[in-house]
Ligand binder design. Structure first.
Ligand SMILES: O=C(O)CCC(=O)C(=O)O
Length: 291
């Protein structure tokens, strides 16, 4: 079974399980009123999906769309949820100043869908550095996930395989069974995929990925959420979308000088202003001048 915790568990317990197993579930992480709102909002987005546009990887009987916040303003609370930020801080901040949303994908697996090809999400980046996770994924169960209806399949321990060397045993997957409102956390290097839906109703989930702040985001969040829209979001969400620079001093990237209603000159959370490992701050100037 995938390590599963109640919503009163400590972040450190969940993170320890995530690091050792490659995935962990927090049940009922979000409250049921919010989940009801998000489920209704996503419904309208799914109803506009055209199945024939899907690729083999995305599935022939799976609805999915990316512009999640346009369909579901309520999903903002899931994207910047306290559990998500707490876990992402632990996994990603050792390797970056702040991190961003890589992608948001609403996924409805319809009855009769086959299992999705198992994969790891971080293969979008052409590097594999032992000990450094490039991204994490958070799958929110919008309705109950069961082995029968297509719960996400996770291969335990598969994050321990550097991709240029070995494939893990992909037959050893486990279904992420969880009630709606729960969050499945998995590492970017963990092999996983949608499950086959043998039930009579659809399985609905929302996957949001978060990547190191110095990497390019998988989906272009500035087009998905342009400044006129982003300006209505909380500072934390705007920073997560990329509306703030990464790093500090001479090593700052993603900078912007000018007028933009969504922009934040400084990351809103103290934990995201860490300049560890970077040069060019006030303290370094004299030394860097060779004095
Ligand atoms: O739907 C799921 O459970 C997983 C989907 C997934 O991993 C993907 O589309 O990349």
């Amino acid at each position: 079974m995938i390590p599963t915790f109640g919503n009163t568990a400590s972040v450190s317990e969940v993170v320890a399980a995530l690091r050792s197993f490659g995935a962990a579930i927090v049940t009922n992480a979000a409250n049921s009123d919010l989940m009801r709102v998000v489920a209704a909002e996503l419904r309208s987005g799914f109803d506009e999906c055209a199945l024939e546009e899907q690729s083999a990887f995305d599935g022939g009987r799976t609805n999915r769309f990316n512009q999640v916040l346009r369909a579901s303003p309520g999903a903002a609370k899931l994207i910047e949820h306290e559990w998500v930020v707490a876990v992402a801080d632990e996994i990603l901040l050792p390797h970056c100043g702040n991190y961003t949303v890589g992608s948001m994908t609403a996924i409805e697996i319809l009855p009769g869908e086959d299992g999705q090809a198992l994969h790891r999400d971080d293969t979008i980046y052409p590097i594999d550095l032992a000990g450094m996770e490039l991204q994490i994924g958070v799958m929110w169960a919008i309705n109950d996930f069961t082995a029968e209806n297509g719960a996400t399949r996770v291969v335990p321990g598969s994050h321990r395989y550097l991709r240029s060397w070995h494939l893990p045993n992909l037959g050893e997957w486990l279904p992420a069974e969880m009630p709606n409102g729960s969050a499945l956390f998995y590492l970017g290097s963990t092999w996983h995929g949608g499950g086959p839906n043998h039930s009579r109703s659809s399985r609905v989930g929302l996957i949001n990925t978060y990547c190191l702040g110095w990497l390019r985001q998988e989906s272009n969040q500035y087009f998905e959420n342009p400044p006129s829209i982003a300006s209505h979001f909380s500072p934390t969400l705007r920073a997560l979308l990329g509306y703030t620079p990464h790093g500090s001093g001479d090593d700052e990237i993603g900078t912007f000088v000018g007028e933009c209603e969504g922009w934040l000159d400084t990351p809103p959370r103290v934990a995201w202003r860490d300049d560890r490992g970077q040069l060019g701050g006030e303290d370094n100037v004299t030394e860097q001048m060779g004095a």
